[in-house]
Design a protein around this ligand. Structure first.
Ligand code: NAP
Length: 276
């Protein structure tokens, strides 16, 4: 595994496991354990995913040492606000059966209370209950507002990012601020990019899968990723990215696929509902 170093010195795995599983996946413990055996050590969850209890149960039963893995949690829309966030965090710890998180994020930039929510995250960080704090789905306009009052610079911004929606403008802004970009739905939620003709021709050229081409492209851009797969072979592929490289020209061919096509609504389209 390779790591990126966050602005507070904490190392974050370059590839983590997107742990949301479809509700009909009965063998979740087996899926998580396969991911572990493959080498994943970061598990990405959120209060709104409904999988914290399952993940916590697996971690407890598996007996993996707590310092061996990295847990990311997110405060949901309905939990935002100072006191609300502190109690949501405690609930998350209880469900995950742990006494700290590695990374805690504001899931979406809900208009009104995000300063209060951020203050709560700063408090949790100061108390040593979380090793890094950050954001998800915050674009430049949200960041600018947050930074007028934030005491601690966010360490991570988790954003929708894949070839058809490269989020390059926010990426450049995050780079300037020293905030680590982490991609959600890096494979376009299993969509068209995996069969795109440019990606397919690169997959043939490098003798890799289309998923690997996309994930390697993101890694070369300095973007951390959290692909999800319930399939052991695909889990393996998605982490085998570090002993080969795309040429700068091939990287550019993927850059050119950008067409502003999201798999989910924009952050400002819905401030109130709990979003995935
Ligand atoms: N912060 C946010 O607002 C937010 C929003 C959405 C998601 N997320 C996070 O991002 C994680 C991943 O997102 P996601 O599940 O939407 O999308 P994704 O990781 O982009 O794609 C997952 C889909 O791609 C398939 N797949 C995985 N690896 C593959 C490969 N190598 N080749 C071909 N197909 C492959 C999977 O099917 P199989 O399982 O059959 O392999 C699944 O259908 C989530 O689990 C969650 O943790 C965060």
């Amino acid at each position: 595994m390779k790591y990126f170093t966050l602005n507070n010195g904490l190392e974050i795995p370059a590839v983590g496991f997107g742990s949301v599983l479809e509700s009909d996946v009965a063998n979740f413990e087996e899926v998580y354990e396969n991911a572990w055996s493959t080498g994943y050590r970061l598990f990405d969850t959120a209060a709104s995913y409904g999988n914290q209890i399952a993940l916590g149960k697996w971690l407890k039963n598996s007996d993996h040492a707590r310092k061996e893995y990295f847990l990311t949690g997110k405060v949901a829309q309905s939990e935002q606000g100072y006191e609300e966030t502190l109690s949501a965090f405690q609930k998350t710890l209880t469900e995950l059966q742990t006494d700290y998180l590695d990374l805690y994020l504001i899931h979406w930039p809900k208009e009104k209370p995000f300063f209060e929510t951020w203050k709560a995250l700063e408090h949790l960080y100061d108390e040593g209950l979380v090793r890094a704090i950050g954001l998800s789905n915050f674009e430049a306009n949200h960041l600018d507002r947050l930074l007028t009052k934030a005491k601690i610079m966010p360490a991570v911004d988790q954003l929708e990012t894949h070839p058809y929606f490269s989020n390059h403008v926010t990426h450049d802004y995050l780079e300037k601020l020293g905030i680590q970009h982490q991609a959600w739905s890096p494979l376009g939620h299993g969509g068209q990019e995996l069969t795109d003709s440019v990606i397919k021709s690169l997959a043939e050229k490098y003798d890799k899968s289309t998923g690997q081409i996309i994930l390697r492209w993101l890694y070369q851009k300095g973007v951390a990723t959290i692909p999800k797969s319930t399939n052991t072979n695909r889990q393996k592929q998605n982490i085998n990215l570090f002993d080969w490289a795309l040429t700068p020209r091939d990287e550019q061919l993927i850059d050119l696929l950008q067409r502003g096509e999201r798999v989910m609504g924009a952050p400002d389209e819905n401030y109130s509902a709990d979003r995935w």
